[in-house]
Structure formats: C-alpha cells, structure tokens
Design a protein. Structure first.
Length: 408
C-alpha cells in the first residue's frame, strides 16, 4: 500500500505517540494534535487521507468532530478512525452511525491496529473459506490439501460487517477463530442457503452463539410453512440434540428470505431461487462496485436433458454477471453426473458454461463430492481450466482450499 497522510487528534499523549510510531513504522506520514479545535483546522488545510480521533476530548469530542467532517462532502473519501477506552456498544454504534469507518478500543494493539487501518484504507472485502466440501465432512490423509469440512464461507467488510454463508462443519472453526481473537464481543449475519443437514447441522457448534453480549442474525429461506427460526430450533430439539436454542447466551434473531433484494447491515444482498430440492437460495453481495456470488446447492441440467431450462440458465447468468467471485456448486465431473441426475448438484461443463456466459471475473469450484479426494479435486480443476481455454474465454478458475483467504 502507498504511504498515506494521517492526522491524529488525541489529548492522551501516550496513545497518540504509540499510534504515531506504529503508523510511521509502516511508512505513513503522521501529524499529532492534542486539541480537537487545532486538529480540525489542520484537517481542513492539509486534507489528510485519514484522521484518528479520541472520543473524549475537551472543546470538541471525537463524535462531534466526526459528524462535522462527514457533513462536508469534500471529505467523503477521507477515512475516520475513532479511538476510545469505552467498550460500550452504544458508543461504537453511535460512532459508526455518525460516519466513522472504525471504532478502535484503547489501549491499541500494534498488530490489530495496523491490520484495521490497512483493511479500511484498502477498502477491500476479505473472503475466507472454512469448508469446501458437500454432503458429508471428509476427514483423513487424502483430504489434507483442500480440507474435510463442509460448506462455510465468510465475508469480512472494511467497516466491520461480518457475513457467514452456511453452517456446515466449517462454521465451528469460524467460532474458534473468533474466540481466539480475544474480542470481548462479536456480531454477524449467518446466511443459510437451505436447511439440508450439511448446511445447518454445525450451527449448534458455533460457540459465539452461547456467549452473552454477542449479537447474531440468522437469515434464510422458509421451507413450506417453516420459517428459518423454526428450522434451526427443530434440529436442536431434545430428540436430535441435547442443547436447545434456549441455551443461546447471545442475542440471536431470525429473518426469513425469499427471492428479492435486501438491506443487510447497510449492504445490498440479492437472492435467487436455485434448482435444488426444496427452497434453496443463492446470494449476491454487492459492495463498492464489486460483488461476491455464493451459489450452492444448484443443479444445472445438461442441454440434452428433458429438464434443461434455457430460461433458468439465462436468469442465473444475469444474476452472477460480472461478479468478482462466483463460488458455486461443482460437485461432479460430467462422467460422474450421468448417474446423479436429479440429485440437485451440478457438473463441470455446466458450471463453466455459467461462468463464461455470466462473464465472471473469477470462478471458484466448491461443494465437492465426499468420494473425491484431493487428487480427484485437482483433476476436476484441471478439466475445468481446459474447458474454459477451449472456449477461448477469459475466466480465471480457482479451487480454494480450507483456510484460504481471497481479497476482493
């Protein structure tokens, strides 16, 4: 990242000095002001790339300063970081509402502080794969490269929104990672594509749901008359699981989704009904002129099939058009698929067809059959790339492994 110009406004000289040292070590140029009035004058004259301000300041506190800066359209591109020793959710929410890009607790920790700064300045979304297999987890020596966990992908946004897609066995690792981060409070949105077991059965093992003070919303499609709340609670009833949703310590809310466009945490999320038994949704998340599409489970029938629907393929291609990341069900090779027609999953040739027609900027093969070991997935990836090359299309194709991170 190119060096940026920062202005720090904080009457706490120790914190200001520490933050300055961390930023300068990273190559940035930093000025410090201990008065908010003087700091505001400096901001207006010097036009920095970013401002770091304390909440509790004499003359003008950090909240008021943030509001003043956001009222001036000429500062729209400037990033604002708010420091505070107050860990209350009200203060964090208030700062974000007024236009802060991040709320950083004192005392600052150099590594996490710099990571937050880099994420905000880069304005990029972190996409992480926690489970890439379908149907059943696949532990063992032949699945070490891609991992054995089932469907779970997370999106972390610059201003702190945290989206989790599906609750396959990979979601347990998401929870363990959040606990290990040392955060005293976590929140997020958990999107369920559909309530088949391999997409919901690890939700009870997502530890943050049991911690008071955390806040999670579970979103997903209804199944007949059953809403997403009922679907989650039913699988955790006494007959199937020893702990019920009544033991959740976090604040857990639910939202039923259908096809449409939704505002989720200030971000646009589009949904589309997929070709799979029951009510299954695909998701498209748009942010800053970029998008990520999560399309699993989904069966695109071969053109010679009686069930092939050109209209559905057109609709799906429009839904994913131009996306930076198409994460999609690629369960079978074409040879394997011939004996699995009607099972609700796609084969390579139709996935490649979708990616090329949709002019996606990155195709990510996902939801691998449990009978496929690492070598079989490697072979599937190679075939997909050859298919794309044969078409003369410019579509990069990837086969992400568990724990892999992609910045969009």
């Amino acid at each position: 990242m190119e060096p940026k110009r920062f202005i720090i406004i904080d009457d706490d000289r120790l914190t200001a000095g520490h933050a300055k040292a961390v930023l300068q070590k990273a190559g940035h140029k930093v000025d410090v002001h201990n008065s908010s009035i003087q700091g505001l004058e400096a901001i207006r004259s010097e036009r920095p790339d970013a401002v770091l301000t304390d909440v509790m300041m004499p003359d003008m506190d950090g909240m008021e300063l943030t509001q003043k800066l956001r009222e001036d359209p000429s500062f729209d591109e400037m990033k604002i970081f708010v420091f505070s020793g107050k860990a209350f959710e009200y203060d964090r929410a208030r700062a974000m509402e007024l236009g802060a890009d991040a709320y950083i607790l004192k005392p600052i920790k150099a590594e996490s502080f710099l990571s937050t700064v880099d994420r905000i300045l880069g304005d990029r979304v972190e996409v992480k794969f926690w489970g890439v297999r379908g149907t059943l987890p696949k532990p063992g020596p032949n699945t070490l490269r891609y991992g054995g966990n089932t469907s779970c992908v997370t999106l972390s946004f610059p201003r702190g929104q945290f989206f989790i897609f599906d609750a396959g066995s990979g979601i347990r690792e998401v929870g363990s990672n959040l606990l290990a981060s040392g955060k005293t409070r976590t929140e997020g949105k958990i999107f369920i594509s559909h309530p088949h077991w391999d997409h919901i059965n690890a939700l009870p093992f997502f530890a943050p749901l049991f911690i008071p003070g955390n806040d999670y919303e579970v979103l997903g499609p209804m199944h007949g008359s059953l809403g997403i709340e009922k679907l989650v609670s039913e699988q955790m009833s006494g007959a199937y699981f020893p702990i019920t949703v009544r033991e959740f310590g976090a604040r857990v809310t639910y939202r039923d989704l259908r096809e449409g466009t939704y505002d989720v945490g200030g971000l646009q999320v589009k949904t589309m009904l997929l070709s799979h038994p029951g009510y299954c949704l695909g998701y498209r998340v748009d942010y800053g002129g970029r998008s990520v599409c999560y399309i699993t489970d989904n069966e695109m029938f071969l053109p010679d099939s009686d069930y092939h629907s050109p209209g559905y393929m057109d609709q799906l291609a429009d839904f994913v058009r131009g996306t930076e990341m198409l994460i999609t069900d690629t369960t079978y090779t074409d040879e394997e698929y011939r004996s699995k027609v009607g099972w609700g999953h796609s084969c390579l040739s139709q996935v490649v067809e979708l990616a090329c027609r949709g002019e996606v900027k990155g195709l990510y093969l996902f939801h691998h059959d449990p009978d496929q070991d690492d070598d079989a997935i490697d072979a599937k990836h190679a075939i997909a790339r050859m298919m794309i090359e044969k078409r003369g299309a410019d579509v990069p194709c990837y086969c992400p492994a568990e724990a892999e991170t992609v910045m969009v």
